[in-house]
Design a binder for this molecule. Structure first.
Ligand code: ZN
Ligand code: ZN
Length: 357
């Protein structure tokens, strides 16, 4: 009998060994492809801002960082092997992996199709563990991933594959709240912040049929906002324009991770308006209760989406020809990409080409 470890999948990735360290080539093994598993040869992996936060231990101690860390949860590639009981995929299919790779499958969140809120905590794609709570997970800055087919997504190969990668996090992070709060024809949606998340929010809200306005402190982004599908642009540093826009919007999708005053944004909502927060400022926010009470307003949050909704988002984006605007880099440029992402010097997402790895 062949020992199990000889069937483990040899994988080449790029890992960081501590918050101050640099990325280095890192060889490791992934589990043997089990009966329900698929092996994905990774083509592209997006660089999400949360990769940077975790690689640099900026969320510790709330979310500890485990090293060596191979980040990456915006993964697309091609199936190169399937387990005996796999039904959803065939070898050669394009597939994707998002922010988590397993969950308990039994709790109300899992059975309700919102596995990202699994009450036993889902297995994150990296900087986490499998559901056994011991085996560390390594992400998509690597050339292979072994995943249960139930947690892998089908990817339409017709689009630009590099631009599809960021949909797995940035796409679903914006699609899910826009759908929940019913962005669509007749609705005025404001997207606050025009970065990796915001540019997806604009494209998706416009494709849903809403009238989109970008709220930004950078007037230089107006031309881009319009190109992405926004009808309006509000420079939030222009006090007169902000006053004139009070009560204008049905939904604000707040993607801003810099500290900012929620009250002034809530003031832009009309009656029954909803502001849904997906950006995470570093400091707690001071909220005046009257910002909600006057106008019957809702302040909500949202975190990625479940597997079925992520599939729905990928299918929606394929049908509407939506991909992320990306700058593709080789793995030796991860540090540079991190520094430029922190400075918002990217339109709008870096994606690592893992094929040459
Ligand atoms: Zn992400
Ligand atoms: Zn669960």
């Amino acid at each position: 009998m062949i020992p199990a470890e000889t069937k483990a999948v040899a994988t080449k990735g790029f890992a960081i060994d501590g918050p101050e360290a640099k990325f280095e080539p890192f060889e490791f093994t992934r589990r043997e492809v089990g009966p329900n598993d698929v092996l994905i040869d990774i083509a592209y992996c997006g660089i999400c801002h949360s990769d940077i936060h975790q690689a640099r231990a900026e969320w510790a101690p709330s979310i500890p960082s485990a090293y060596p860390m191979v980040p990456g949860h915006e993964i697309v590639g091609r199936i190169s092997q399937i387990g005996a009981d796999v039904t959803k995929f065939a070898v050669g299919d394009f597939a994707g992996i998002g922010c988590f790779v397993d969950s308990c499958r039994e709790c109300a969140a899992c059975t309700g199709g919102v596995e990202q809120y699994c009450m036993k905590r889902c297995a994150m794609t990296y900087n986490g563990t499998e559901m056994d709570r011991t085996t560390p997970t390594y992400g998509g800055y690597s050339n292979k991933y072994v995943i249960d087919e139930d947690y892998a997504l089908k990817v339409n190969a017709a689009g630009d594959l590099s631009g599809v990668a960021p949909l797995l996090c940035a796409g679903i992070t914006t699609y899910s709240p826009l759908k929940r709060w019913e962005a669509g024809p007749g609705k005025k949606v404001a997207v606050a912040g025009l970065g990796g998340l915001g540019h997806m929010g604009v494209k998706i809200a416009a494709a849903m049929g809403a009238e989109v306005t970008v709220l930004s402190t950078s007037p230089s982004k107006e031309a881009d906002a319009k190109k992405l599908g926004a009808k309006g642009f509000l420079n939030t540093k222009d006090a007169d324009a902000v006053t004139a826009a009070a009560g204008s919007f049905d939904i604000i999708l707040d993607t801003i991770s810099a500290n900012h005053d929620y009250n002034s944004y809530l003031n832009l909502l009309g009656l029954n308006g909803v502001m849904v927060v997906v950006g995470v400022p570093t400091e707690p926010v001071a909220l005046n209760a009257l910002s909600l009470i006057l106008g019957n307003k809702v302040l909500a949050g949202s975190m990625i989406g479940g597997i079925s909704e992520t599939q729905e988002m990928l299918d929606f984006c394929a049908a509407h020809n939506i991909v992320s605007d990306v700058e593709v880099i080789t793995p030796d440029r991860i540090e540079e990409a991190y520094d430029r992402t922190v400075k918002s010097d990217v339109r709008y997402r870096f994606v690592i080409d893992m094929q040459g790895n």
